[in-house]
Design a protein around this ligand. Structure first.
Ligand SMILES: [Zn+2]
Length: 357
């Protein structure tokens, strides 16, 4: 009750929130160009007053930044706790330095196929537009139905993949066996054919056709949920304000890092690149066919992979999945005297990351 009183003191009552809402949205959009806010009222409402059912919002700066991030989004939701017993659904992505970027939000009165369809329709038309995306989520029936039924989210415009951690936890609930749980992760996360077990194709990274950029779980949207936990108790205006303030905080924090970045890749990618570069020093290679190289580990000659230089693929799978040269590819670049940074995906370039702030 105390919490409700203090929220009402700052943001007005839950009822007045709805009355003032159009004015609030106009002001929000005026000060943040390209911000999208859409709402849907209950159909067949007998009263003269339209009753709110869903509301979708995405801030202009987040939409711009999203265009420069990799094409993988994570969707998840949490229950609201205040007077409004709905659900807050969020879409997030990762930037080149593995930071969360908020893409869009929706508050819905119930977690259903209809609400997911409405949300994904707004997301496609007002944020993602014609961009090809991979959607990673848990196996919630609402989102599965929505993606299956919406033309805008059909392949090749969108690919739906499940979060491996959720699959592993469902697997554990059913089989209650720790070695099977471990095997589930090993199979799901392998990029190597020799580790693949045929009847588990559905959630194996190896047969993912490189859609999910090596990302296996929705952990990122769950950390987002933790950050938004406070929003669940709030009135709708306070909830939008909170997501806006979180966005401003994240932009401030990450823009400082991006502006002061004096290495060729964002720090987390640069760290990975340097690691693989060190490993490349321990590889020997022999040329096979034209532009195909067999790359062997100096100390374990039975460990080897094949790099197809012009196709930008390696049999270890990492080059094509993560879009960053693996240690085997780096040893070929070294051998040829080419600069591996010249073909790094735009998404990972420091300059591209800095440009969205
Ligand atoms: Zn490789």
């Amino acid at each position: 009750m105390l919490m409700r009183k203090s929220i009402e003191t700052s943001y007005g009552t839950w009822e007045s929130n709805f009355d003032e809402f159009p004015k609030y949205i106009t002001a929000l959009q005026a000060s943040n160009p390209d911000t999208v806010v859409k709402w849907f009222h209950k159909p067949n409402d007998s009263s003269n007053v339209a009753t709110f059912k869903y509301i979708f919002w995405a801030f202009g700066p987040d939409i711009d930044a999203f265009r420069l991030c990799g094409p993988v989004i994570f969707v998840d939701g949490c229950h609201m706790k205040g007077s409004y017993k709905g659900k807050l659904l969020v879409v997030v992505t990762k930037d080149a330095n593995n930071n969360i970027l908020h893409v869009a939000y929706v508050v819905v009165d119930e977690d259903s196929s209809h609400s997911w369809c409405w949300f994904l329709y707004q997301l496609r038309h007002f944020v993602a537009q014609d961009r090809k995306l991979c959607v990673i989520s848990n196996r919630h029936q609402g989102i599965i139905n929505a993606i299956e039924n919406l033309q805008e989210w059909e392949e090749p415009l969108a690919y739906h993949r499940f979060c491996l951690r959720h699959i592993r936890s469902n697997f554990m609930k059913r089989y209650k066996n720790f070695s099977l749980k471990k095997l589930c992760w090993t199979i799901g996360s392998t990029t190597l054919k020799r580790k693949f077990v045929t009847n588990m194709r559905e959630w194996c990274l190896l047969y993912d056709e490189n859609r999910r950029w090596g990302i296996l779980t929705t952990n990122i949207s769950e950390s987002m949920n933790n950050a938004l936990r406070g929003a669940r108790h709030l009135s709708i205006r306070a909830c939008i304000d909170l997501t806006f303030n979180k966005t401003v905080q994240l932009f401030r924090k990450h823009s400082n890092v991006a502006m002061n970045c004096n290495i060729p890749l964002p720090s987390c990618m640069w760290h990975l690149f340097c690691n693989w570069d060190t490993r490349a020093q321990n590889h020997n290679l022999t040329k096979r066919l034209q532009n195909c190289y067999k790359v062997m580990d100096k100390w374990h000659r039975r460990k080897y992979e094949f790099v197809h230089y012009f196709q930008q693929t390696c049999t270890c799978g990492k080059w094509q999945i993560e879009r960053l040269s693996c240690s085997h590819a780096l040893s070929v670049f070294l051998y040829k005297g080419d600069n591996p940074l010249s073909i790094v995906n735009n998404v990972y370039q420091s300059i591209s990351k800095a440009s969205y702030f």
